[in-house]
Design a protein around this ligand. Structure first.
Ligand code: NAP
Length: 251
């Protein structure tokens, strides 16, 4: 039987991806930590190894077809065939529609959607061979619409349709595909939002927390826990779902 204990997490140098990589390592997976640069990814991989886990760092742009092919082959050779994939890499290029450049639109769709497509297509070969697999895609509450995020909302809503379609296509091979849609999570991504709008990060965090029913913003580990559930053996009958992890019912 094929060994199915290798996970690959994209955008895992920091934030939600880093927390997810560390969580999956604690769950017993060998983890490939992929980010734009191998050096950036190495921080997370080293932390996993220090905790007694097994991890490698990989540098690749998830939207670059050749880089993705090379990266997935490298992971299969060094760690084992990846059967768990977390499509987490992402960027923001916020602006109101009338100010949004074509590049802002294309860049966001390129990383989130094309990136998830290329990574999933490369990894499914290993999942189908193993007759087992898990794909977890990062969507967002922004999929429901968010001012200044026409590009990002379209990408994150697109991730949901992508998730449901992959669930249908890959289910017969023992592969489940689900999405986690976070609300406001304290990461470099949201810190950059505060900088862009000229508000101290602590102020933004306090304002966001007030609007959340559980009265706090999310932490990367909140999302990692949801990914861990979808990746688990117990979740084998859960597929094509979107779980909003937002401290309230939005979604
Ligand atoms: P983050 O702190 O900005 O981390 C994202 C990581 O992805 C960075 O290390 C970034 O590398 C990497 N990355 C960007 N483009 C890439 C590419 N083309 N190929 C490979 N790696 C790439 O973001 P985060 O807050 O942890 O968010 C992670 C995911 O959750 C994203 O998909 C995001 O849209 C989603 N999400 C976040 C929130 C939130 O409130 N934070 C809410 C809902 C959904 P560089 O540093 O080199 O750019």
């Amino acid at each position: 039987m094929t060994d199915t204990r290798t996970a690959l997490v994209t955008g895992a140098a920091r934030g939600i991806g880093a927390a997810t990589a560390r969580r999956l390592a604690r769950d017993g997976y060998r983890v490939a930590v992929l980010d734009l640069s191998e050096e950036a990814a190495e921080g997370t991989a080293a932390a996993i190894r220090e905790d007694g886990g097994d991890a490698v760092s990989v540098g690749a742009d998830v939207a670059d077809e050749d880089a993705v092919t090379t990266a997935v082959a490298h992971v299969a050779q060094t760690l084992g065939p990846p059967t768990v994939l977390v499509n987490n890499a992402g960027i923001l290029r916020d602006n109101l529609l009338f100010r949004m450049t074509t590049a802002d639109f294309d860049d966001v769709l390129r990383v989130h959607l094309r990136g998830a497509f290329l990574m999933s297509r490369a990894v499914q070969a290993h999942q189908v061979e193993a007759r087992w697999g898990r794909v977890v895609n990062l969507s967002s509450t922004s999929a429901l619409g968010n001012r200044g995020q026409a590009n990002y909302a379209a990408a994150k809503a697109g991730m949901q349709g992508f998730t449901k379609t992959l669930a249908i296509e890959l289910g017969p091979f023992g592969v489940t595909v689900n999405a986690v849609a976070p609300g406001f999570i304290e990461t470099e991504m949201t810190r950059a939002v505060a900088e862009r709008v000229g508000v101290p990060f602590e102020e933004l965090l306090a304002a966001e927390a007030k609007a959340v029913p559980v009265r706090r913003v999310g932490q990367p580990d909140d999302i990692a826990a949801a990914v861990s559930f979808f990746a688990s053996e117990e979740a084998s009958f859960v597929s094509g779902q979107v779980l909003y992890v937002a401290g309230g019912p939005r979604g």
